[in-house]
Design a protein around this ligand. Structure first.
Ligand SMILES: *Cc1c(COP(=O)(O)O)cnc(C)c1O
Length: 397
């Protein structure tokens, strides 16, 4: 079985580029040049330099001693929370902005739901002195005020999507409309392993630095360059794709993807795409998504804004369907408990998204001699309000 993309942009049954004709040339231009550029010596040199000096890589692989004692195993945390801007997303935006420049593009557009990808995009646009327009649902703009403020301070223009449900999918529609209208000068910077080919493959390659570093760090710490299990949360699936990438063909490594069950899969208030979703097309690729009987996308729900997405990238649909990946879910409640547990045991406040991955530890039958890596995709600063609200007696801060 092959887990990387084929020349048509498919992972098994999933992927491809299902796009309106008016986008064909934009996507083709990108598809025809991305590998030549990102595999060139010059590009790799610049990209690695920025990852080191600007993003702060390599991120540590931390042996979590007290967490390991609790679960009677050997648990390592890949500290993506220590990246500049507080999550893994910047690994991808740094890569794509360099690519955009090499393609001669002068204007960047992006869509964002929770605002995390918008912030990571606005950050690299400031760095590279590129104008940046971020489309965001009107409702999300209200819900995510701190990230809107960050984007504005970084010089981005935040444009409200006022149609439909006024959330992420509507922002995506607006961004696509913009790209169709401005095909020559504009680069569309997508934030996860979603969208038409080549985006899923390109974003996975940029995030694969996570497992590239893991291999070296595990070799150094354990004498073996792979773990028994890698656990990562899945919204669109980019941090998981990066954490799995160099282990996809190593069947000794169990790949564990954790989706957001929300209030519970049976309640319908959920973002557990592989559990309640069906095959279809979203954002230009064939994958598994949450849709009604008429093929309209249904609104997902999760306490964690970054996992609140109605699909998964085509790689993950393939890992799910072939059984190569183990797909678990964690509810809002379980994620909150895992966040407080990590904070208490290790002095690390995780992002709510990453807390879903941590919540899987209690659902697995871990062995004392096993080596387990949890990808800690981001830090919890942005989630403090939610964490405080979840306490029975919230402190008066
Ligand atoms: C956005 C985000 C996610 C979810 O996105 P993926 O593409 O699935 O990785 C997970 N964790 C954090 C901290 C995020 O900001």
């Amino acid at each position: 079985m092959k887990y990387t993309v084929n020349e048509y942009g498919f992972y098994g049954d999933f992927g491809g580029a299902f796009i309106p004709e008016m986008l064909y040339h934009n996507v083709k231009e990108l598809k025809d040049c991305y590998l030549n550029i990102i595999e060139s010596e010059e590009f790799i040199k610049e990209y690695k330099q920025l990852l080191k000096d600007y993003v702060g890589r390599p991120t540590p692989l931390y042996f979590a001693k007290r967490l390991s004692e609790k679960y009677n195993s050997n648990i390592y945390l890949k500290r993506e929370d220590l990246n500049h801007t507080g999550a893994h997303k910047v690994n991808n935006t740094v890569g794509q902005i360099l690519l955009a420049k090499k393609m001669g593009k002068t204007r960047i557009i992006a869509e964002t739901g929770a605002g995390q990808h918008g912030v990571a995009t606005a950050t690299v646009c400031a760095l590279m002195d590129m104008p940046c327009i971020v489309y965001m649902g009107e409702i999300d703009i209200k819900r995510q005020a701190p990230n809107v403020a960050r984007m504005k301070m970084l010089g981005a223009e935040v444009r409200a999507a006022t149609s439909g449900s006024k959330t992420l999918k509507d922002a995506t529609n607006e961004a696509i409309r913009d790209w169709i209208a401005n095909p020559k000068d504009t680069y569309y910077l997508i934030g996860s392993v979603v969208g038409p080919h080549p985006y899923p493959d390109m974003v996975a390659r940029f995030q694969s630095i996570i497992s590239e570093e893991m291999k070296m760090q595990l070799e150094e710490k354990t004498g073996r360059n792979y773990p028994d299990k890698v656990i990562a949360c899945v919204g669109g699936g980019s941090n998981a794709a990066g954490a799995f990438y160099h282990f996809l063909d190593n069947e000794n490594v169990e790949l564990i993807a954790v989706e957001a069950d929300g209030l519970g899969v049976k309640t319908g208030k959920t973002a557990a795409t592989t559990q309640i979703g069906t095959e279809g097309i979203i954002h230009g690729s064939k994958t598994i998504l949450m849709q009604n009987s008429e093929g309209q996308i249904t609104e997902p729900y999760s306490i964690s804004a970054g996992l609140d997405y109605p699909g998964v990238g085509p790689l993950h649909a393939h890992l799910f369907k072939t059984g190569r990946g183990t797909f678990l879910g964690a509810t809002d409640k379980e994620a909150l408990a895992a966040a407080f547990e990590l904070t208490k045991l290790e002095g690390i406040i995780p992002a709510l998204e990453s807390s879903h991955a941590l919540a899987a530890l209690g659902k697995l039958d871990l062995k004392p001699n096993e080596c387990v890596v949890v990808n800690l995709s981001g830090r919890g600063d942005k989630d403090m309000e939610t964490y405080m609200k979840s306490l029975p007696n919230p402190p008066n801060i």
